[in-house]
Ligand binder design. Structure first.
Ligand code: C2E
Ligand code: CA
Ligand code: CA
Length: 566
């Protein structure tokens, strides 16, 4: 609640007044006079008045106070008010028939007085209005609630007023709207600060005019960012965005465009900050997309974001408590009569204590997006090599493993040193570690990236281009890029049965690979027809459910031992 006692203004609907009189006739007369212009609470004596003030505190704009009352008189109420920290600024108009009392009450701190006999409605209302304006202006001057440039509320006061608005109008359905000016810094840079200021003022004026259409509160919360708390269903936001944008078209020839995020029908059980966070989140979904000016928050997006945030926050702990573990999927060489187990791909798994199994398809892109993948991959490679070392010692297994390497991993300067150190630690030969780098990593077209991949090859690691065919590799690029193996994207194989075009595509990939002297691995191979076709076109290695699903360590070791017996 507001310590400085600043009440909110007509923008947010009617003000609240407290009428205190022990005589029911007086109370009802006053109520009749003011109720069109004000919301009213009433008290029958001084004690009840104090209770009502405590209850409504900051929302009260004015108290109309009788002096002669049982229990606690009007003077005592004024005295109590003036000695309180929280309510000292609520103006009081004293109701009296006694000329002497007028002077006394003004001396004690009442703002004004009204003569009871007779009560003239126009006089009552005018005095009330004047007093309220006077006090509110004073409060505004004392506080820094409005910011200088636009006269809109600053963030803190915007939140406070919106909360007060809710207390007052709990029955209204409200929307939280966030408005951001695209490239505002460019406007400042290109046209100067003054032009930038004018744009802000222009937009603020538009928002102020909205108040004529509906109940709303507007604030400027950052340089070029605005919040509007607005009654639902009263304005069309598409129109609003269009109006703002076209508003600017005749404005100094500066091309100004806004981006609006809207959280409709806000859930009032969330605090006001959260509601506007949602509006901001919605707007962020169209950042950089200039064909769209508005975006609405939807709960699904939010749930997804919450889920992602949770995974990010919990990754470290998950690593420390071994929630991540490895699966291994065999790859078979299909050149000869009988398929021969040639290597295996290491695939990470996350067993979350509450969320259960989370698919790498879900968490890997999130960790790739924010860079956490480096930490996880280093951990996975370490675990994988440790397994390989152990299997050799315990079972004499010597099988190459391929690990997935994300684009971000390649920018880690300790990548090569780390891998080599681990190979030494677990006594594994370089030729037994393959690196699967997704095709899209090559799209970066960065000299640095190519250099790193080249040095990995120079060290003796086999490089597989993963998901080949999903990116945009041109033939030119393929010829220049350092790769040993093309790992054809699963979709080629999985669409095989459905169209002849896919057969042609696969043949084409085989031709390119042959020409560039690269090996081809097909993955996602699930049935015999696919195997037969792939063999017939000269595919070297096959991975997929047809041979084996990804296996937990124990099953995988058994699988390898079985395969080697044959
Ligand atoms: P990917 O590297 O293309 O891995 C192949 C995916 O296909 C794996 O999914 C595998 O379980 C699945 N798969 C294998 N055979 C078949 C089949 O016959 N049919 C079908 N429908 N699917 C098959 P998974 O394990 O869910 O991994 C998804 C992706 O997550 C991987 O795609 C890879 O990009 C990423 N990933 C997995 N583990 C790691 C890791 O340790 N590090 C990094 N950076 N990425 C990883
Ligand atoms: Ca892979
Ligand atoms: Ca793949």
């Amino acid at each position: 609640m507001l310590k400085s006692h600043v009440k909110f203004h007509s923008i947010a609907g009617k003000r609240l007044v407290l009428i205190v009189d022990d005589e029911i006739v007086n109370r009802e007369m006053l109520r009749n006079i003011v109720q069109n212009d004000f919301d009213v609470v009433m008290a029958e004596d001084g004690e009840e008045a104090v209770e009502k003030i405590k209850e409504h505190g900051d929302l009260l704009s004015l108290i109309l106070l009788d002096l002669n009352m049982p229990k606690m008189g009007g003077y005592d109420v004024i005295q109590w008010l003036k000695s309180s920290d929280d309510y000292v600024n609520i103006p009081v108009i004293v109701l009296t028939g006694d000329k002497h009392a007028e002077v006394d009450s003004l001396t004690m701190g009442a703002a004004d007085f009204l003569t009871k006999d007779p009560l003239v409605p126009e006089v009552v209302l005018t005095r009330m209005q004047k007093t309220i304006e006077l006090y509110e202006d004073r409060s505004i001057i004392q506080s820094t609630e409005r910011e200088d440039l636009t006269g809109l509320f600053n963030k803190e006061y915007f939140y406070r007023y919106s909360e007060q608005f809710d207390t007052f109008h709990s029955e209204l359905i409200m929307d939280a709207v966030f408005i951001d000016i695209n490239h505002f810094h460019l406007i400042n840079e290109l046209y100067g600060r003054k032009a930038g200021d004018e744009v802000l003022i222009h937009l603020s004026d538009y928002l102020k005019d909205l108040r004529e259409k509906t109940r709303c509160i507007a604030g400027r919360v950052e340089a070029d960012k605005f919040f509007v708390y607005i009654e639902h269903g009263k304005v069309s936001y598409t129109t609003m965005a269009e109006e703002i944008n076209s508003h600017f078209d005749d404005f100094r020839d500066i091309h100004v465009r806004v981006r609006c995020g809207i959280y409709q029908n806000v859930d009032k059980s969330f605090d006001i900050e959260t509601r506007f966070d949602r509006a901001v989140q919605a707007a962020n979904t169209i950042k950089g997309n200039y064909s769209k000016s508005i975006a609405r928050y939807d709960n699904e997006t939010f749930q997804k974001k919450m889920f992602e945030d949770r995974l990010i926050t919990e990754m470290d702990e998950a690593m420390a408590t071994h929630q991540f573990y490895l699966n291994f999927q065999p790859k078979y060489n299909v050149h000869g009569e009988e398929p021969v187990l040639a290597s295996a791909e290491v695939l990470v798994r996350w067993d979350h204590p509450e969320l259960g199994r989370i698919s790498p398809g879900q968490f890997i892109p999130i960790f790739e997006h924010n860079g956490l993948i480096q930490k996880l991959d280093f951990y996975i490679w370490d675990r994988a090599l440790e397994c390989a070392g152990r299997w050799r010692k315990e079972h004499g297994i010597e099988l190459p493993l391929s690990v997935n390497v994300s684009r971000m991993d390649l920018y880690n300067s300790s990548l090569i040193d780390f891998i080599i150190e681990k190979l030494i630690d677990y006594d594994i030969s370089k030729k037994n570690l393959y690196l699967e780098i997704t095709e899209s990593a090559y799209m970066d077209d960065s000299a640095q990236l190519i250099e790193i991949i080249n040095s990995l090859r120079a060290e003796g690691f086999k490089i597989e281009m993963d998901d080949f065919g999903t990116g945009y590799s041109s033939l030119n690029m393929l010829a220049d890029v350092p790769v040993d193996v093309l790992k054809m994207d699963m979709r080629f194989v999985q669409n095989l049965n459905s169209s002849e075009k896919q057969e042609t595509m696969i043949r084409l990939i085989m031709d390119i690979a042959k020409y560039l002297k690269m090996e081809v691995v097909a993955e996602g191979v699930e049935d015999k027809e696919q195997v037969d076709f792939l063999r017939s076109v000269g595919c070297d290695v096959i991975q997929g459910y047809y041979f084996s699903k990804p296996l937990a360590e124990k099953e995988f070791v058994e699988h390898v031992l079985q395969a080697q017996k044959k």
